[in-house]
Design a protein around this ligand. Structure first.
Ligand SMILES: [Zn+2]
Length: 508
């Protein structure tokens, strides 16, 4: 996620340089076509041990209702027996105005068409294990009924798995948000029952906070079939295995391996531009009439993938999609990012589109591949994604421009602290932030400044080695601040306790 409120001289300057030097290499097409099938690796032991989601969904675009059957093969990867399972039903937060998590406290923008509820109606849940089938007791709990508790007939022992079959209907609200529809888009972020994470603290059953990206999930494998009216194009997290017409509808079949979530956007006004980085297909989905910005989104998505591939380690998925949609800023999902349609307007400064695309692309590494608890330790993805904007700047436009970017970050951080924008504590859960005005300066700016401090102390070589080692060691896992600290110390041979404490936990 990013919220862009400040303009910087550096951004404008580097972008004007960019516009002069860019060379086009995109392909515009009206239909996405069926890509050459990528080699889908057969499951290794590690992959076989993660949860598997198979979802068959039918999108009624006219009535804004999605009907789905979903099977989850849930693996108990913990070292304790589980007598119940928990899933997030994030859609239920959109049922009432009081719990609807519209962004940036801007209700009238999110619901410009007026408020209507969004939610999920669960028709049935069944369990199967070996040959036995059962109908479990289940209940909704938590603020806005966003947590589903399923009682297991008998405890699931470590290393064992159980299959859960859901049937449900999703009522999509008229919201320009992660979940909701606009004039030409249906945004399906956080739309299906997704398993809660069981970690050292037990089950993580947080509500859908209106601040931050309040999501926390383990990587899983996905097969998602979406049947939608033929005039809709589906942009999705996974790799498109098949696109098949059937009586006024199209069936879209996607595969996602080792992904932390699965989002899609259905649009009836999309054009697609496409390019490649190695064997990764980069796609830009943009509205008709927005060709110029649509291609810029493709070019910057591509450059960002190239730069972060060489700086952090390789992007692991076969596709990456940058999607124009009705949304207030940018939002990251694995393999797919939302970018606000406002930024595609030629009257709008290009830097919003470009730097939002870079930021959200960086989240593919920090949040997507290396996961973190975004409720308790949001700086681990937002601070890293913000700092990545600087890394992009220096790699693309030269060290001087990069230095300028970091100086502005530091100045902003200083001003934020002086102005009392937040209490000086970055490492705290979302529940302890007031709103976006204290959350932003803390986790984005404050988090990025800590990374810059580490770099100053260890030098470039060790700093990039730290980031590469961290990416390598925690790919497809959940990392904590402690884990990152350990990597910093191991790679550099220096102690960082005091620096981390000073930046993350000290009260001014
Ligand atoms: Zn972000």
């Amino acid at each position: 996620m990013i919220r862009r409120v400040k303009q910087t001289g550096a951004v404008i300057m580097v972008i004007s340089v960019f516009i002069l030097i860019i060379g086009g290499c995109s392909i515009e097409q009206n239909n996405p076509g069926i890509p050459v099938p990528a080699v889908i690796p057969s499951p290794t032991d590690k992959e076989a041990a993660i949860n598997r989601y198979t979802i068959d969904a039918v999108l009624d675009a006219e009535n804004k209702v999605l009907t789905a059957e979903q099977q989850v093969m849930y693996m108990n990867n913990e070292d304790v027996e589980l007598s119940e399972l928990y899933f997030h039903i994030y859609t239920n937060a959109f049922r009432k105005q009081e719990t609807a998590p519209f962004l940036f406290d801007d209700f009238s923008r999110a619901y410009s068409r007026g408020f209507k509820p969004g939610y999920t109606e669960i028709a049935s849940i069944e369990l199967s294990k070996g040959r036995s089938r059962s109908t479990p007791e289940y209940s909704l709990q938590g603020v806005g009924d966003t947590i589903l508790r399923i009682k297991l007939p008998e405890p699931l022992v470590p290393g064992d798995s159980i299959s859960i079959q859901f049937k449900y209907k999703v009522i999509i609200p008229p919201a320009g948000d992660r979940f909701g529809y606009g004039d030409v888009n249906i945004n399906m972020g956080n739309w299906y029952p997704i398993a809660a994470v069981y970690d050292d603290e037990g089950w993580n059953l947080d509500k859908y906070y209106s601040v931050g990206d309040p999501f926390y999930s383990d990587v899983s494998d996905y097969i998602v079939n979406i049947k939608a009216p033929e005039e809709y194009i589906i942009a999705a997290s996974g790799y498109l295995l098949e696109e098949r017409a059937e009586g006024g509808y199209k069936n879209w079949k996607f595969h996602g391996s080792n992904m932390r979530d699965f989002a899609f956007v259905a649009g009836n006004n999309f054009l697609i531009a496409e390019d490649k980085v190695g064997d990764t297909v980069i796609k830009s989905y943009y509205y008709k009439g927005h060709e110029k910005r649509g291609k810029e989104a493709l070019d910057f998505g591509k450059r960002a993938i190239e730069i972060f591939n060489s700086t952090y380690g390789k992007y692991p998925y076969p596709t990456y999609s940058v999607v124009e949609t009705e949304f207030p800023s940018g939002m990251e999902y694995p393999g797919l990012v939302y970018i606000s349609t406002m930024y595609y307007d030629n009257a709008y400064s290009a830097d919003h589109l470009i730097y939002t695309t870079i930021h959200e692309t960086a989240h593919q590494w920090w949040y997507g591949v290396v996961g973190n608890d975004q409720i308790d330790e949001a700086w681990l993805d937002e601070g890293f994604a913000t700092y990545s904007e600087g890394i992009f700047t220096e790699k693309e436009y030269g060290r001087g421009n990069g230095e300028f970017y970091y100086e502005i970050l530091e100045e902003n951080a200083k001003k934020d602290i002086e102005a009392g924008a937040y209490d000086g504590v970055i490492l705290k859960p979302l529940s302890r932030y007031e709103n976006w005005n204290d959350y932003g300066p803390a986790v984005y700016t404050g988090g990025a400044v800590l990374l810059n401090e580490i770099r100053k102390q260890v030098g470039d070589k060790a700093f990039f080695e730290i980031l590469q080692t961290y990416y390598d060691e925690y790919s497809f896992k959940i990392a904590t601040t402690e884990d990152f600290l350990t990597v910093c110390e191991k790679v550099s041979g220096k102690e960082f306790d005091d620096l981390f404490h000073k930046h993350l936990s000290s009260v001014k």
